[in-house]
Ligand binder design. Structure first.
Ligand code: ATP
Ligand code: MG
Length: 367
């Protein structure tokens, strides 16, 4: 079956022109695929600058890849007809980090909901439009009478973001790409918005790409996870497998560095020493080699591809070079599994979901 959305060997390089040193490789040889009929939540995690937003903008068609292609139902986004582009914009919705930015402070919040209805002619009367809006607001746990008719500043950050979720829902999409949707919201409201996203996935069958620097919430709601490091996918697969038995040395470092129960701690910069240090920073090999305790000479020569270490996971590390490197078509299987159903209970705090991992997580490079 043709995937709903697919990225094939996508690379994005910003700037540079003639000057190589001014270039930023924001994303490198990135592939993934999301099937339409199999709703899942895929977490994309990585520290600041790892390429998460660039990835989101590329798959939303807001940026063009320098190399590779992004396909919607098998068609390159750059070659969609007007009608196909409209269908894409409806099927694939975005929710961004700062809900305030999306609102125009001169308009009541109703405006962000009535505009897409009018543009896409989703209702034939004001009455029908109102009914659609009320249903969408109720689906994310907001009371229409307490929400509509207000100006953006009269609502909390959490309410504003939940209206964005309702707005995405109005268009009945197949996929929502949410880039740091809860990072500007008070910790106390985060769980509610995440709950909303999970609900959309389970009750409305919408796939979600959840982008975050916070591994804890990614673990909490995702079925699958992609770990980005400086623009490349270090590891990808079933979230339980990746979090409990991380294979890539970077993921091992990451998971080892998140203390329980403080999910808000930032990513660690401390790494065990690499035998190669600075020498590795300038090489064209693995970008993690300079920090990697397992690095050996091959790591400096050539960037490792994702090796298909198990049906539901892959790691871009030569420790696993005995496995076949993954083909793009196989990303479907790696990211196709659902396990998150029981992980987060409605109203459960992010900390307690992470705590259920307890001491059972370990970091065994060989698994
Ligand atoms: N328009 C641009 N022009 C030049 N460089 C860019 C542009 N957009 C992003 N970059 C660079 O690409 C890299 C990846 O940026 P990106 O915004 O994708 O990271 P991110 O993972 O979303 O980070 P954060 O967690 O801080 O949001 C960074 O080094 C950034 O400076
Ligand atoms: Mg970002």
């Amino acid at each position: 079956m043709t995937p709903l959305l697919e990225a094939r060997h996508v690379t994005k390089i910003f700037g540079g022109g003639l000057f190589k040193r001014h270039r930023t490789v924001a994303l490198e040889d990135f592939s993934f695929s999301i099937r339409g009929g199999q709703p899942s939540i895929t977490g994309v995690v990585g520290e600041s600058g790892s390429g998460k937003t660039t990835m989101a903008r590329l798959v939303l068609g807001l940026e063009s890849p320098t190399q590779g292609e992004v396909l919607y139902k098998g068609q390159d986004l750059r070659r969609l007809s007007r009608t196909e582009w409209r269908a894409f914009r409806r099927d694939v919705q975005a929710i961004f980090q700062d809900p305030f930015e999306v609102y125009n402070s001169f308009y009541k919040v109703d405006h962000v909901l009535t505009t897409p209805i009018a543009k896409l002619r989703l209702a034939s009367s004001k009455h029908e439009s109102r009914a659609l809006i009320e249903r969408a607001l109720e689906a994310v746990g907001l009371r229409p009478e307490e929400t509509l008719g207000r100006y953006p500043h009269q609502l909390s950050g959490g309410q504003r973001q939940r209206i964005m979720v309702a707005r995405a829902l109005l268009l009945n999409p197949k996929l929502i790409i949410a880039d740091e949707p809860v990072s500007m919201i008070d910790a106390s409201l985060r769980a509610t918005v995440l709950d909303n996203l999970r609900q959309l996935n389970q009750e409305f069958g919408i796939s979600i790409i959840y982008i975050t620097h916070d591994l804890t919430t990614a673990y909490q709601i995702s079925d699958n996870i992609i770990v980005l490091y400086r623009g490349f996918a270090a590891e990808a697969g079933d979230v339980e497998l990746v979090v409990r038995q991380p294979q890539h040395p970077y993921t091992q470092l990451l998971i080892g560095s998140i203390p329980l129960p403080d999910p808000n701690r930032r990513w660690s910069d401390e790494a065990p020493a690499s035998a190669f240090g600075e020498q590795a920073s300038d090489s064209s090999g693995c970008k993690f080699a300079a920090r990697c305790p397992h690095a050996f000479s091959l790591c400096l020569e050539k960037a490792p591809p994702l090796f298909h270490t198990n049906q539901h996971r892959a790691a871009a590390c030569y420790l696993y070079q005995d496995y076949a490197s993954i083909r793009t078509e196989e990303m479907d299987k790696v990211l196709g599994r659902r396990t998150a159903l029981s992980k987060m209970q409605p109203g459960q705090s992010p900390v307690s979901a992470w705590q259920t991992l307890g001491d059972t997580s370990h970091t065994d490079a060989g698994t």
